[in-house]
Design a protein around this ligand. Structure first.
Ligand code: SF4
Length: 342
């Protein structure tokens, strides 16, 4: 089993120490005997260890920056929620296809924000604007928040915060199985706890540093036992030799292990693999040995919302994927909802 993340190096922005969580984390990391440095701003972090970009990238992914979130304006987060709620950015995982490689550019270190009350106040305003409509907040747009939460407990606080709102719902997704500290959070059914799952082949070749499928399923069982609404994101759906058998076996494992109660309120989100030209460049730089298929000539182009073409599967391939999932999910999980395929 992949061990819970432990940074090798921790930076603190001085302002972070003005917040209770900042102080708590400082004391905690000091006691752990981790190397701690100070930085006026994460933008000033230039001297990460490593002789070349390749090493620096890997070291950055085991560096944690404890800071203050300055922008309290939330991005939108379609189709899974109305807004992205920012508690952290960056991830310790090494998924070859991860879009964070492009969006985080030269700053792939992990940042956690300690001004959680200010972030909650901002969420409150967004909820007020939409009342009496419910507002959904997605907490994993810029990180795998569960992956660091055993250290910060920020997500746990957020779960309890949304538990006592009337108009807000929280959702997040993870590839990590380290969920134990979240099981006793007072969620009031207002958080949908999702796991990102994939065929064994994809996890084995493209998701190093994350929990194995069996461990994610074990964690999902615990989450279901703690009465959280549960969901699965199957992403990226990636065509490889034997993909139909691989994905069917994944669904069957899930159906076999999940308790009946969990299957009564289950969501699935289906996202096919896609890439852009800048993403391809950065993937090949960061993971030069990857087996990930990034051949534009085999794909169809689709206009993306960031003003750039993305390469998705051909219409026929997409139909085959849909057919597989939309046949077997209803068979194995008759009460589940498939929220979207994209
Ligand atoms: Fe990216 Fe998620 Fe993998 Fe982390 S776990 S590297 S956020 S895809």
């Amino acid at each position: 089993m992949v061990k819970p993340f432990m940074p090798q190096l921790v930076y603190f922005e001085p302002k972070a120490l003005e917040y209770p969580l900042g102080k708590t984390l400082y004391d905690k990391f000091s006691e752990m005997d981790l190397e701690i440095r100070e930085t006026t701003s994460h933008n000033q972090i230039r001297n990460l260890p490593g002789d070349n970009d390749f090493q620096k990238y890997r070291n950055a992914k085991s560096t944690l920056v404890v800071g203050v979130r300055r922008t309290l304006k939330f991005d939108t987060s379609k189709p899974s929620a109305e807004y992205a709620i920012p508690f952290a950015t960056g991830c310790m995982g090494h998924c070859h296809y991860c879009y964070l490689q492009t969006t985080m550019g030269s700053k792939p270190y992990i940042r956690t924000y300690v001004n959680t009350d200010e972030i909650f106040e901002s969420a409150e305003q967004y909820m007020q604007e939409r009342m009496p409509e419910i507002t959904r907040f997605e907490a994993s747009c810029t990180s795998d928040i569960v992956g660091i939460d055993h250290l910060t407990h920020t997500l746990k606080r957020a779960i309890e915060y949304f538990g006592q709102t009337n108009y807000g719902l929280l959702r997040f997704v993870t590839k990590f199985a380290h969920v134990d500290h979240l099981l006793d959070a007072n969620h009031q059914g207002r958080t949908r706890f999702r796991f990102s799952i994939n065929a064994e082949y994809v996890i084995k070749y493209f998701e190093p540093g994350t929990s194995r499928l069996v461990d994610r399923i074990e964690a999902a069982k615990k989450v279901a036992a703690a009465d959280y609404p549960l969901g699965f994101i199957i992403a990226p759906i990636y065509l490889h030799e034997g993909w139909k058998e691989g994905y069917l076996s994944m669904l069957e494992q899930l159906a076999e292990h999940l308790p009946k109660k969990a299957k009564n309120d289950l969501t699935f989100e289906l996202i096919q693999h896609r890439f852009t030209a800048p993403a391809k460049r950065v993937i090949q730089k960061n993971y030069p040995m990857t087996k990930l298929e990034l051949d534009e000539s085999k794909r169809k182009t689709k206009w993306g919302r960031y003003g750039i073409f993305k390469y998705v599967y051909t219409d026929q391939e997409q139909e085959e994927m849909k057919q597989l999932f939309l046949t077997h999910i209803p068979k194995l999980f008759p009460k589940a909802t498939v929220e979207y395929f994209t």
